[in-house]
Write a protein of this length. Structure first.
Length: 298
């Protein structure tokens, strides 16, 4: 019998609560990244907008002061850390591209401290408590995986989670992992059964992306209550970060209400094994999909 070579990647994530003290939040993040690296992680994924509170609950112009350039303070500090720990880091930055032009951007820091690439959030929500269209211009970099020393990373951000087209395009471009930094939670005023349905839908749709594309999924969410600047109920972020394999199987699940740093091994060769059994890419009928580029089929 021929021996098979198992290519595994130790992946860590940092699920944390945040306060208005951005310096303290960032110091906590750096400490947790170091813990994950100490547990063997070679890739560490952070939650969406990890430096501070989720400021999009209201439209407040002063919040643009939180934005920074890329390269900038966050990428410089994380670059130094990545080089020291010999790891790849997926971070989330409120990017100031120009005066009056901002993006919600995931940036990948390579093991040598350099910027391997970035992804600007493509789908921008505008819902009660999530007024992101006020702050973020939709991304213009498309759905392009980022090549790193640990693999080709298909990075999407939060609201992108609900769109199968985004995951499919990343898979078609050769992504080996689908990665979702995110910030999502409940309003405290919602009914208990509705809260369960929302969280279950969020988990299910991402597991479905893993299954439909035969790829592992890493989803990292923030946790804890964050107040509404206008005095409303605020948001309770539901944590529940997880890693799923290419058939949607859970490899790691985090708490719904506690900060957590965890590491799990992902077998990167398993995707090929699964795609041989379930060859969805082979059987796609692209000759009949032209209507997908329409807003709606009238």
């Amino acid at each position: 019998m021929q021996n098979s070579v198992v290519k595994t990647l130790q992946v860590g994530f940092v699920q944390q609560s945040c306060t208005a003290d951005t310096a303290a939040n960032f110091a906590k993040t750096i400490a947790q990244i170091s813990i994950a690296a100490g547990q063997g992680a070679k890739l560490v994924v952070l939650q969406e907008l990890h430096r501070g509170l989720y400021f999009c609950q209201q439209e407040i112009a002063a919040h643009f002061d939180l934005a920074e350039t890329i390269p900038g303070p966050s990428t410089q500090a994380l670059g130094t850390l990545a080089q020291e720990l010999d790891i790849v880091i997926v971070a989330s930055v409120f990017e100031k591209r120009a005066v009056g032009l901002h993006h919600n951007t995931a940036v990948v820091i390579e093991r040598d401290g350099s910027i391997a690439g970035k992804y600007r959030k493509m789908h921008i929500p505008d819902d009660p408590g999530y007024y992101e269209k006020f702050y973020f211009t939709p991304g213009d970099l498309g759905f392009q995986p980022i090549q790193t020393s640990v693999g080709k990373l298909g990075i999407l951000v939060c609201w992108d989670q609900w769109f199968p087209e985004a995951a499919r395009l990343m898979a078609m471009a050769g992504a080996e992992l689908l990665i979702y930094p995110t910030a999502i939670g409940w309003s405290p005023n919602e009914a208990a059964d509705e809260k369960v349905r929302q969280r279950d839908a969020w988990i299910t749709v991402q597991r479905a992306h893993a299954i439909a594309n035969g790829l592992p999924v890493i989803s990292v969410n923030r946790v804890g209550h964050e107040p509404d600047p206008a005095g409303g109920a605020g948001l309770n972020f539901w944590g529940s970060s997880f890693v799923a394999g290419p058939q949607g199987e859970f490899l790691l699940c985090a708490s719904v209400d506690q900060g957590e740093t965890a590491v799990v091994a992902i077998d990167l060769l398993r995707s090929e094994q699964v795609r041989r059994m379930w060859p969805y890419l082979r059987d796609r009928r692209i000759d009949h999909y032209s209507d997908l580029v329409k807003i709606y089929r009238d």
